[in-house]
Design a protein around this ligand. Structure first.
Ligand SMILES: [Zn+2]
Length: 213
C-alpha cells in the first residue's frame, strides 16, 4: 500500500482544519466482502466523505469542500503552523448518520441513499463485530424504517440496486420477495452472488453474510 498526500480542509462553519489521509495504490489482499455490499480491505482502506467537525459538530461532505492544501504522509506534522492542530476526519457513527438525516445534509436522492446505506451498514457492523444487531425495540424500529426508505430510493433498472433490494428484503425476513427479486436478475457476472443469497433464503437466514471465505 502506497500512502498518498494528507489533504487539508477547513470547516466552513468554524474554521477548524480537517485532515484526510489518502492512498495512491493498494490491493484487495485479505479483503472481506459482505452481502450488504460493504468491503473491508486492510490494504485498501476507505476514507470518509461525510464527516463531522468535532469542534462545532457540523456534519459536512468533504467532497463539497475545497482543499486548502496538502502535505506529504512522510511527515507526522504539517509544516504550516495553522494545520498542526488539525483533526483527522472520522467516519460518522450510527447516531450521527441519523443526525445527518435530521439536519437534511443531503440535497439529492443519491446523497440520501448514501446516508441510508451507511445506516444499514452500521447496524450490520454490529453483527460483523459479533454483537447483537438491536439494542432495544426502538432501535429495531429505526432500523426497519430506514430500510423501508432505502428501498424506495433504489432503481429497479439498475441490477446492482436490485441485488441491494433483495438483500434488504432478506434482512427484513421477507424471503419470498427476496427470491422473486433475485430470480428477476439475469446477469451472468452475478450468478454466483444470486446463488449464495438464495441459499441463505433457503436456510431462512436473515442476516448479513460474508461472501468470500
Ligand atoms: Zn467546525
Amino acid at each position: 500500500m502506497i500512502p498518498g498526500p494528507n489533504y487539508v480542509y477547513k470547516c466552513p462553519n468554524c474554521g477548524n482544519y480537517l485532515i484526510q489521509e489518502s492512498i495512491i495504490s493498494g490491493n484487495t489482499l485479505g479483503a472481506k466482502v459482505y452481502s450488504d455490499g460493504k468491503r473491508i480491505a486492510p490494504m485498501l482502506p476507505a476514507f470518509p466523505d461525510l464527516t463531522k467537525c468535532s469542534k462545532c459538530n457540523k456534519i459536512l461532505w468533504l467532497s463539497k469542500l475545497k482543499k486548502v492544501g496538502e502535505y506529504s504522509p512522510d511527515f507526522d506534522m504539517p509544516d504550516v503552523p495553522e494545520w498542526q492542530d488539525a483533526e483527522q476526519v472520522k467516519f460518522l457513527e450510527l447516531k450521527e448518520y441519523f443526525e445527518a438525516l435530521e439536519q437534511r445534509v443531503f440535497k439529492k436522492k443519491s446523497e440520501e441513499l448514501f446516508i441510508r446505506k451507511r445506516i444499514w451498514w452500521s447496524y450490520n457492523d454490529r453483527i460483523r463485530n459479533g454483537e447483537k444487531i438491536f439494542k432495544d425495540r426502538q432501535d429495531e424500529l429505526l432500523w426497519k424504517d430506514n430500510l423501508n426508505k432505502l428501498i424506495k430510493l433504489l432503481k429497479v433498472s439498475d441490477y446492482r440496486h436490485k441485488i441491494m433490494m433483495a438483500e434488504i428484503k432478506r434482512n427484513l425476513g421477507e424471503f419470498e420477495s427476496c427470491v422473486n427479486i433475485l430470480n428477476g436478475i439475469d446477469i451472468e457476472d452475478v450468478e454466483w452472488l444470486k446463488e449464495k443469497l438464495l441459499r441463505e433464503c433457503e436456510k431462512k437466514n436473515r442476516w448479513v453474510v460474508q461472501l468470500n471465505e
